[in-house]
Design a protein. Sequence first.
Length: 260
Amino acid sequence: MTQLVHRSNLQRLVIILAVVWQIGATFLPALGLGEPIGDRSDSVRTIITPSGWAFAIWGPLFFGSAAFAIWQALPAQKDNALIDRIGWWSALTLAAQGAWATYTQFANLTAISAIIIATSLVALLVIMRVLVAFPRDFTVAERVIVALTFSALAAWLTAATVVNISATLVYYGVAGGFEFPLVGALIVLVAGAIASVAVARSKGNPWYALVFCWALLAIYFRGGQESTAIAAACGLSAALVIGAALTRLRVPPNRRRWFG
């Protein structure tokens, strides 16, 4: 049984403002402020930087975030126990994504950008734990607006954090460039292992698995075409993640958690 809650107006407002920052920050270059994130990424491109088309996923992610911000602010959701448990964490992760975009467009993929994106990922992983342990089945709206959106964000930020760290190493001239394909392959394998554990511990979360495999596919079609080690690492990581999802989704309660 979930306890009766009464969410504060402050929490509802902060979540809306966090999404405004998350999405609005990406338009700064159009106003003549900073440089586009794509240009910053290209300046410190690594062998595991995904193909450009993969970043189109931010469209659906932004849409899901905006839908969540609007939905959670409705009067009918003021006593929603699920939102109450993830509310401040959702505000943190969404605001951190806005902070990351703002900082990166002015300063590039430095150590500070890596810390910011890692902070967003930590908050998302906390939300994932809440989604997995929540004591009742989700409503349709909760499953689509909350579980799908934040699972997809968690998967993409898992990959993005790893790529950001690799780009940061290149920025400081340490490693991670094209002259170290085996290092890049190792990074992909470690990310794949972490993602597979996340999928297994989250009852086979299919949305996390699909989005992470999207990131792996984008790495394969860029770095994987330049290094067989990267290609192999992408394939093995995808197999680990898909295998974890299929194994855990064989359990009926796990399927009901994510599909209803």
